[in-house]
Ligand binder design. Structure first.
Ligand code: NAI
Ligand code: AKG
Length: 390
């Protein structure tokens, strides 16, 4: 079977090279079986019915209409951790940019004129305006201790910072990865109160929209530094601008330029560069490609953000019936009954659920007719059915 994948952003060629030659891949593929995206905003894009899955080569899926796709039985993947080191490194750079006033200082040096003696004199006279501060002993507040947040917390701790973390839904894996020197904050407001530097590493969802707002900025120490390498909407921009103008916040370092933030000396806004390293682009693309291949060729799911993980080893010479369905009782029995009525023997079966959705894979010996497929599609609660030949 030949599959096709449409790419909607520039995707690392090395990552794409993991696909076999039989795959049709590129930006102009019509009616593709799957889409591979980075930050492309799909909320107002028509996604054809041919699309069985979308993989986001990266972490954030706020640009994808996940709920709507779930209702169509379309699986949405992301690539957890694939770019976390790249983001961590840029966050560390951001902390140092703010702590040492590096950008205004470099701008000052760039505009110097005269011979070397005059430049040296101007340097000695001017440098006192850029006196910074060192990291050891300062408190870094990290909100969100997932793939990125844990790496940022551990790296800052290794640089001598005191680290205060907050994540009410931290996973066991991330809790194990976190340095034992990181202190757990009892509340999000405690992080705002105690941080000299605050960094947010949470997804943009309804609950995190405007999480950094005027009330919380007012809790912060005078002249604290705020970083946002997650998503623009997590910080209330007018509140941030007001805090910068009043001088209560020293600086805002982020990955999301906007009209409101342009030309503000206390703002460093990078052009969404967190994941823009050769390594992160390659890792993310390779991970997304592997997820899509296993999904298209076997119906298996790893790292989906809407459907459960579901992996069932393939046995030779079996046909796989893959069903995306609403998580309601008796579904497996109803599907199995139709297969039995068609006189087909089931060799293996997996049914996994996640919230309101479920994924069912049934391996059978013998051909699956269009009539059987269509009768499974008619079951109430079935969203989509695929038949994958041996
Ligand atoms: N600037 C860039 O290029 C990049 C930006 N990102 C952004 O960073 C976000 C985080 O990335 P990862 O760490 O890889 O994701 P992740 O899913 O591994 O971690 C997110 C963490 O935030 C926590 N969380 C959710 N709501 C919270 C709340 N209200 N308070 C405290 N914690 C909360 C979750 O429990 C989870 O542990 C992504 O969703 C994406 O928006 C990620 C990678 C690159
Ligand atoms: O693909 C990119 O450059 C952005 C990465 C990102 O924002 C993410 O992974 O959430």
């Amino acid at each position: 079977m030949n599959y096709s994948i449409k790419t909607l952003n520039s995707i690392s060629a090395r990552g794409l090279s993991k696909l076999p030659e039989s795959y049709e891949v590129g930006p102009h593929v019509d009616n593709a079986d799957a889409w591979l995206v980075r930050s492309a905003n799909l909320h107002s894009v028509e996604i054809p019915d041919s699309v069985l899955a979308i993989s986001r080569a990266g972490a954030g899926t706020n640009t994808i209409p996940v709920n709507q796709l779930s209702g169509r039985g379309v699986v949405v993947f992301n690539t957890p951790g694939s770019n976390a080191n790249a983001v961590k490194e840029l966050v560390l750079a951001g902390i140092l940019l703010g702590a040492r006033n590096i950008l205004p200082a470099a701008a000052f040096a760039r505009q110097l004129t005269g011979d070397d003696n005059e430049i040296n004199a101007a340097v000695e006279a001017g440098k006192k305006q850029f006196v910074g501060w060192e990291l050891p002993g300062r408190t870094l507040g990290v909100i969100g201790l997932g793939e990125v947040g844990v790496q940022v917390a551990n790296a800052a701790e290794a640089l001598g910072m005191k680290v205060l973390g907050y994540d009410p839904a931290i996973t066991i894996r991330h809790a194990w990865q976190l340095s034992s020197h990181v202190t757990r904050a009892a509340s999000i407001d405690e992080v705002f109160r105690r941080a000299d530097v605050l960094t947010v590493h949470v997804p943009l969802i309804e609950a995190t929209q405007g999480l950094v707002n005027a009330e919380r900025l007012a809790l912060m120490k005078q002249r604290a530094l705020v970083l946002n390498f997650s998503r623009a909407g997590i910080v209330d921009s007018p509140a941030m601008v007001a805090a910068l103008e009043s001088g209560s916040i020293r600086g805002y370092v982020c990955d999301f330029p906007s009209a409101e933030l342009l030309n503000r000396p206390k703002v460093v806004a990078l052009p969404h560069l967190g994941a823009s390293t050769v390594e992160a682009e390659e890792n993310s693309a390779a991970m997304a490609v592997n997820e899509l291949r296993d999904f298209l060729e076997n119906g298996n799911i790893s790292n989906s953000v809407n459907f459960p993980d579901a992996v069932l080893a393939r046995e030779p010479d079996t046909t796989r019936i893959v069903v995306a369905n609403v998580n309601v009782p008796n579904m497996v029995a109803e599907i199995s009954a139709l297969i039995g009525d068609a006189g087909i023997n089931i060799t293996n079966l997996l049914n996994k659920s996640r919230g309101e959705l479920a994924w069912t894979m049934i391996d059978v010996r013998g051909p699956v007719t269009d009539a059987l497929r269509s009768s499974i599609e008619q079951i109430e609660g079935v969203l989509r059915v695929r038949v994958i030949e041996p």
